[in-house]
Design a protein around this ligand. Sequence first.
Ligand SMILES: [Ca+2]
Length: 342
Amino acid sequence: MQLVTSGLRAPWAVDLAPDGRLFVTERAGRVRIVQLGPGGGLRPDPWATLPASTSSDGEKGLLGIALDPDFTQNGFVYLYYSYGPPNGVTRNKVVRMRDQNGLGTQETIILDGIPGNNTHDGGRLKFGPDGKLYITTGDAEDGANAQNPSVLAGKILRLNKDGSVPPDNPTPGSAVWSLGHRNVQGIAWQPDTGALYETEHGPSNFFPDCCNDEVNLIVPGGNYGWPTVRGAPNDPRFRDPLIDSGRTETWAPSGATFATKPGPLRGSFLFATLRGQHLHRVVFGPDGHTVLFQEKLLTNQYGRLRDVFEIASGEFLILTSNRDGRGVPAADDDRILLVTLR
Ligand SMILES: [Ca+2]
């Protein structure tokens, strides 16, 4: 393990520019820059500071980030954040900023009106292999949202990068790609098949009615059952998870990636866990849904883990989340770690 940087506060997501700048969101609203490589490190001044609504006991704030696939040409950076008055209604939105002279400018709304709350705000942004922008949302603490196709909460959404709806989405004119989700914080595409997988938080705070964290294989228009069903009930109306943490164990799964580089790990699905305090590795069979093998890595070594990100060398960046109001931070938390898994 190598330390990439310390001194962050509740980092949530990262993306890497071709020039070696690592863009990092902090939940309170800052976008930070860590220059990778010799002589680099965490820049003291943020790239941008957004008016995010956050709380020490919740999950809302500045969450996901994705750099445009054509970042070198257009400098576009996409961000997901919560906003609203301290005691009023929370909403989430996706905005785009432009990198100009090393700072974020020209905030432009891509998608607004995603229902939010103190918790269950989703927040992951990634570009798919199809060049579309995928957005994960939470149910905003109201399970009924997840089954309502006309609400953006409790969904995985898919948009063109200008915010328009692609004509091949399952429902014409709708950003909804899949529904019936409680709170999705991780998405990743299998490098050989291009299939989309997600991680989803189960209802861990309601003992003994616990825990059912999920990993799902996403199909367009699929309904993943929340809040009508939990676990894998084999109900024909819904799609069962590939992995379910069961009724006694909570992982609180967040950011996910596949290992895509050549080597023995290629094709492994990796996700960071918060309450579970480990990096979870899954090997699926050739059919894409049979689970051949699972293991827990880095268990209880670095505390709560928020995101995992693969870099060109095949190593992984891991974000700790010990200053998110729910952890026990070490003096130098939060950190970004570089780990080699092979
Ligand atoms: Ca489900």
